[in-house]
Design a protein around this ligand. Sequence first.
Ligand SMILES: [Zn+2]
Length: 134
Amino acid sequence: MTGIEAIPKISELLHLLIQRAKDRQTAALVQQIQQHQLVIHAALVEAEAKIRDLERRLDEEKAEEIRIHRMIEFRRGKRTAAKWVAFCPKCHLPAAPLSDEVFGKTFGAICSGKCGWKVLLPKQLKEVREELGN
Ligand SMILES: [Zn+2]
């Protein structure tokens, strides 16, 4: 049960307490508690609406188009300046081209996070990226 779900139940219980109160002073005290509870409920509802709005805006900011091409995860969106960028399909960190100096004439891509993922390619990573078009 969330806080927002609990408050209406508290309100019901306070209403029962008001009905069962044996004197006016006790009923007045319970009514004061009920009024404070209504203020808390309104604040929680407002805070939850703000959180939902922030989550929606964050999802919009993070929205990316994703394609798997030649075993590489390519993404484009706001954080890639709307350009296709290679990512590791295993851990989703950016992928880097394999260096010719280390691997001779072998082309490929490797995880920048060093998770162990790498793939060999028939051509350079930038040429593979160009196969995706715009
Ligand atoms: Zn990785």
